[in-house]
Design a protein around this ligand. Sequence first.
Ligand code: MSP
Length: 570
Amino acid sequence: MHLRFITTCFGCCQTRLSFLNIQRPLLEAVQVASTGSRQLCLSSVERKPFFVTTPIYYVNAAPHMGHLYSSVIADATARYQRLKGADVMFSTGTDEHGLKIQQAATQTKTSPDLFVSKVSQSFKTMFDGYHIGYTDYIRTTEERHHRTVTHVWNELVRRGHIYKGDYEGWYCVSDEAFLGADDVVDRTDKHGNTIKVSVESGHQVTWMKEDNYMFSLSRFKDQLHAWLDKDVIQPQMFDSNVRRWVDDLRDLSVSRSKSRLTWGIPVPGDNTQTIYVWLDALLNYLTVTGYPDTAVFPWPPDVQVIGKDILKFHAVYWPAFLTALGLELPKKIFCHSHWMVDGVKMSKSLGNVVDPMALKDKYSAEVLRYYLLREGVPQNDGNFNEKVAIEYVNSDVVNTMGNLLSRCTGTSLNPDQIFPRRNTDVYQSRFNTAERETFENLEMLTETVDNYYKELNFYKGIESVMSYLRWANSVVTVHEPWKLAKSQEEGDKAYVKTVIHIALETLRVGGILLQPVIPDIAARLLNRLGIPAELRTLEHAKKPYLNSPEHFPLGPNEGALLRRLNVPTK
Ligand code: MSP
């Protein structure tokens, strides 16, 4: 169900909801519909569905920070959409078939099913540790996926898109990709031998010649161009590559001989062939919807987050498969760049992977989430550096946000422990025009950040919030409220309260807007400010908190938002 109607007033709703022991999504719907006023009357709520996906991860080796990055972007998107009131489906999982996995299992002398279960669990543990709030975790070895893939294969055959052929050409096991002659170059390996590698990934390729099944990919040129014309590839700079691939389309081999590849889903009706792992893997996005039985969630996905190395599979093969099935195409493919270490791509074979679990134990999940989203720019590769990461977090979260909060909620400046309202006379007389204008423009910050988050440009949204928080810190510094903190003069008291109000209001809006990025720290901040859980949506950030003559009590003091982190030496 995607439509949920509530006809009662907000004040009563809370009682009625708990009386009925109503489900969490419904409660969220009520929260979303409230507008910041504590006496809101609410007549009906419609929750828009939103479907976001991550790639499913290869289980040939333990998860690393590059994997986490795709998931953190998708998770921040899911959280942001929930703040806007959407009914979010967020799928992630593991890609467990194919030659690459088969070989990895053989190397560890483990049976493939035990091997994939173990590694899949380590991905799940990492995602849980990093608060990746997926609603479905799919493994391609699950029965439900087997059913979807088999159904799709039969459907593609029925519609005349699969034919028997033979493939001769290069294959890259690391990328599980077929490559043309132009996609391959010579390279000297560490033993001095000349080998062939993929131009794009640098991974070794092998020549293969096999009878297998082909998919009539080249038929779909026009439909693919029409889809690309809707600006579905974001950031736009990746679009031209995709169009080049589409112009160059050849039919695609969609099966491998079982004599080479046993670890996969068999071609229905032909026991000598196994389905190509990318066809298998891409269909995970359909499996999670319940396809082909009952679609439990509306199709198509609103955004599919991927890294640039898998753009061709998602922007060419995937939409062609969907078109062949007569299904709608994804609304957006969001493609991010890579994290490098000292200028080199992070990979297991190079031995330079950053282990997210070790970083989590050392600093906490929120620290890395903040850094990845604050420093990661989709258009350019990022250079991961632990020292820089910690300096960022100390500067933004500990100093700018944490200090502002502790200054203005500490008992020396705020003995009554309140979120004070601002005094209009003091505000007009003691704050200059530029200060007042900036404070009043706080109402527009949400729209600015909304526009950035909407495009998954989290780094820009975070920077906008941080620059406001830096401004609020400067207001406190310039007005020196601590000098008047002990005064019994009514005017002085009102002045101090107004400075605190400006700081706390900026923190409230900033805290709401940072929820998708650092959910725990943002929750601690909003708890301390005494903001009820149901008043933390984007709509609430758009409106001033205290329109009434009252002030509100702060929440309990649970210590620093984040303790200053020790900066590593490099
Ligand atoms: N199994 C396929 C995806 C199938 S989706 C139907 C796959 N898996 S992967 O484990 O190799 O990569 C998954 C994601 O991690 C990709 O989005 C990829 O771009 C991302 N990253 C892997 N290394 C990365 C970096 N060094 N930096 C950023 N992200 C990178 O491909």
